[in-house]
Design a protein around this ligand. Structure first.
Ligand code: PMP
Ligand code: GLN
Length: 387
């Protein structure tokens, strides 16, 4: 393994899912739903495969999907992207993020990332030879209802002469924070002032709760021209295994992404792209119902965790809730997550692995609530035996 990747071992998701399988534990670690996406989506995909859509689609993606992505973005956020040159389909958001970083970050360039950070970000920054500069999100507000946010001063202080890009994930995994218009305005101001690029990971764009709206950073003044936005189908339609995503941005930035991606994966599954294109037009009511169901699941698991003795934060979106383990007498989330499947029959993910400043997340564990109610209830019953 090359030296610049020597700090990267097996991902925490692989480790915890394997542990869950070995111990037959309920897997509230890796974020994937245990129910399927809309029936029409599954049916369409099967029909396209049986109907012969089985060879390479165009490198940038099927025109039907690029058009549907552009139309959805215009309708929801008033952002116009030319499907021919400003939308590009990738193998999940993961490949889009990787291609954007590899195509836009020079060795030695710095990338500002909010921590806790999704695990692929530090890895692809390292692959590009870039240097990450973490800005820490910290819980604020009442115990039990805390929301994670950043200190604008800390963000400004992270910018230096080599800063090239800010990577913004909202709704944010693992904290569940949906950046407010005010927070986005601070980020946008820093980008404009220092002429930085923004890479936005919006895979949870439709999964926000309590009426909180997801605002794409590209909608802020001066931001469309410097932002590469990434999303994907996995979370929106509960098909995380489909690995179909897309990148949206001004043509020169999308060209940088496509230059890299044509040699990474060249293209992505065409039959799935056709099915997703149709679902983006016809199944948004399903998505709204799914969002409401997830909000109820957030509340269900949060209440259960609280009753079991955890202190629970309040996510505004995503699949995840962060829990403080200290009220139960534990101090190290990694230790707890490694023993929990055997000790309690439940798997979770220690948040510490998403931090550079490890002490900030030592006492935090992430639980996924994108599961059937009876599964969540059984998990809570098992966790209640901890105290
Ligand atoms: N970004 C975030 C924040 C995620 O949680 C995930 C996991 N779904 C991804 C990217 C990867 O998305 P995809 O499966 O579309 O590659
Ligand atoms: N995005 C999901 C999570 O955060 C799964 C990621 C993965 O398995 N790589 O849990």
């Amino acid at each position: 393994l090359v030296t610049r990747l020597r700090d990267f071992g097996e991902t925490i998701f692989a480790e915890m899912t394997r542990l869950a399988t070995e111990t037959d534990a309920i897997n509230l670690g890796q974020g994937f739903p245990d129910t399927d996406g809309p029936a029409s989506l599954l049916h369409d995909a099967a029909q396209h495969i049986l109907g012969g859509v089985n060879q390479y689609p165009p490198g940038p993606g099927r025109p039907e999907l690029r058009a549907a992505v552009a139309a959805a973005r215009a309708e929801s956020h008033g952002l116009d992207y030319d499907p021919a040159t400003e939308v590009y389909v990738t193998v999940g958001a993961t490949a889009g993020i990787a291609a954007a970083v590899l195509g836009l970050v020079e060795p030695g360039d710095e990338v500002i990332v909010f921590e806790p950070m999704y695990d692929s970000y530090p890895a692809v920054i390292a692959m590009a030879g870039g240097v990450r500069r973490p800005v820490t999100l910290r819980p604020t507000g009442q115990a039990g209802a805390a929301r994670f946010t950043f200190d604008p001063q800390e963000l400004r202080a992270a910018v230096g002469p080599r800063t090239r890009m800010i990577l913004v994930n909202s709704p944010h995994n693992p904290t569940g924070t949906v950046f407010s218009p005010e927070e986005l305005a601070v980020i946008a101001e820093v980008c404009r002032e220092h002429d930085l690029l923004a890479l936005t990971d919006e895979v949870y764009e439709h999964l926000t709760f309590d009426g909180v709206a997801h605002v794409p950073l590209a909608t802020l003044p001066g931001m469309r021209e410097r932002t590469v936005a990434v999303s994907s189908v996995g979370k929106t339609f509960s098909v995380t295994g489909w690995k179909t995503g897309w990148v949206m941005g001004p043509a020169p930035l999308v060209r940088a992404v496509s230059t890299v991606n044509q040699f990474l994966t060249f293209t992505a599954n065409g039959a799935l792209q056709l099915a997703v294109a149709e679902a983006l037009r016809s199944e948004m009511a399903w998505v709204a119902a799914q969002r409401d169901a997830l909000q109820a699941k957030r509340d269900r698991l949060s209440e259960g965790l609280r009753a079991a003795g955890f202190e629970v934060m309040r996510p505004q979106g995503t699949y995840f809730v962060m829990a403080d383990i200290r009220p139960l007498g534990f101090t190290d989330g990694i230790e707890l997550a490694r023993t929990l499947p055997r000790a309690a029959g439940v798997a979770a993910v220690p948040a510490q692995v998403f931090y550079d400043r490890a002490e900030e997340g030592r006492h935090l564990v992430r639980f996924a609530f994108c599961k059937r109610d009876e599964v969540l209830d059984e998990a809570v019953t098992r966790l209640s035996r901890l105290s």
